[in-house]
Ligand binder design. Sequence first.
Ligand code: ASP
Ligand code: MG
Length: 409
Amino acid sequence: MALIVQKYGGTSVANPERIRNVARRVARYKAMGHQVVVVVSAMSGETNRLISLAKEIMPDPDPRELDVMVSTGEQVTIGMTALALMELGIKAKSYTGTQVKILTDDAFSKARILDIDQHNLKKDLDDGYVCVVAGFQGVDANGNITTLGRGGSDTTGVALAAALKADECQIYTDVDGVYTTDPRVVPEARRLDKITFEEMLELASQGSKVLQIRSVEFAGKYKVKLRVLSSFEEEGDGTLITFEENEENMEDPIISGIAFNRDEAKITVAGVPDKPGIAYQILGPVADANIDVDMIIQNVGADGTTDFTFTVHKNEMNKALTILRDKVQGHIQAREVTGDDKIAKVSVVGVGMRSHVGIASQMFRTLAEEGINIQMISTSEIKIAVVIEEKYMELAVRVLHKAFGLENA
Ligand code: ASP
Ligand code: MG
């Protein structure tokens, strides 16, 4: 007997028939003698619908009230899933984040899980129930409803698997695994049987939307065995996220995947004095406003001044620009502060980079041959990311996918 956490995304619970289908799969696992915890998202489109409803009343909705609203999407699907299980004669009980007590901090709309009370769930599992838990939501120390950021149900699933020491966390979605890149952009993209945890972390952080980045971080921290599968197919092993890096095989591809992201915007603070403390004076107030910064570039100084460029989420560009113009620009005597949200980030990821040289030059040559200008570059041991003009993004992904031979490995 194993304890399995199964998370179902929005398309997998998009209507009553699909929810019945979820219940049938859960029933099969129960019949094999396993204990099952089910985590569900809201029906597809529902979270967006709720967000736009809020915006109709208040253009920039109060975050506490927004979380109260958007958390209802998952509350509907847990009830429906529990009902569907009962209709199959299976004991089932639904739980909101508050009812489990998924304790989070109070950063509404991007809260972090601090602790999960597993007492009630364990007891119900031992009594033969399937526990159906609402993804994406938690409760802060003062009893406020919080949500974990878009795609946060993945994190709920993995966090529950960690807390309950589950044998496996299965993420059911509308694709049958992790692909070399998004098949909607490159039809030749291939499913990977397995991928290392580190690669998955890079892909998720670089914009692959298969798994929410926090869920991957959680899986790494607690060594949760994670598998991505399709909820629309009966068979198939999906993609396993492994912690072992196998002995390197000569035939292994050097690059595992290409991620892209059009959610970022670039901010440049031009003509800042080239002296100690400037980076801190620019990014300190941005961090204080709870704005996440991704890539950061500072040029070599010339004539005592330099340019400082970084990226933030598009939604936060205006907020960051206001802060910089109001509080920072005059203070540090910067020449100007500009923003550009017509950018995209494209990243190639692969553990094979550790043992192969020339990946960066191959990437840059491929982009150059298409006349695509690179605005920013950042690298890690297993990733090279570039910022380019947004309109070239799909082209860049396609030519890189081909250049690195990803379609036929
Ligand atoms: N329903 C939430 C969203 O659409 C959470 C999730 O589906 O993971 O982002
Ligand atoms: Mg998702």
